[in-house]
Design a protein around this ligand. Sequence first.
Ligand code: GLP
Length: 244
Amino acid sequence: SVFDNPNAASLSVAHRIANLIKKKQEQNEMAVLGLATGATPIAVYAELVRLHKEEGLSFKNVITFNLDEYYPMLPTAAQSYVTFMNENLFDHIDIDRKNVNIPDGTLSLEEIPAFCLEYEKKIGQLGGLDIQILGIGRTGHIGFNEPGSAPNSGTRLVTLDDLTRRDAARDFGGKSFVPTKAITMGIGTIFKAREIILMAWNRKKASIIKKAVEGEISSEVPATYLQLSDNVEFILDKEAASDL
Ligand code: GLP
């Protein structure tokens, strides 16, 4: 769907998430959410916080799995995705912290494979992700699945693309300070979600959105794999959709 502006689009995504949470509450079940970072979902999180504060939406029955984290990365660092999620969402809602899962940027290299398997296993044991929200990087990455990622890839350590590190340079005070690696859910992990919502706003995402939606399916643009799933919806503003 194409919305007039990012705010209208964000509200619609937030309300879908809120409706899922409420439906699960009625059924006495947990809602299992796959969450994303970056500028794109900020207004979605802001609306969820507003629904909590002003309309009493509870997150007690919510379990979250974030897509990715830089590696190495201390959770307390200003640029960590832990900090991002705390500031934009978790510090302002009533979620139980033990239900929050974010890849751990403090592990040793040897510990990463077991951690990644456990991340997948945890999602599986909960019955899978109900909704996964996604942004898109200018390399066509989803999560941090950079060009070259396999369609059946799982949670793993990856090397960041140079363009991704350049785009992150502002947050880190220079590209040389951006970690070269990250831990990310895989394309295969994302694909198992019952509902996938990819959001993109602004003119600068128009060309990668055109490739993702209309381009040949290829590991060169990992977001093109989404064309293979029936559970994917692209939520765009007019500008991001302007090349379609
Ligand atoms: C980062 C994140 C992605 C995100 C992308 C786009 O690389 N790992 O999950 O989709 O940036 O970021 P933004 O939403 O700021 O454009």
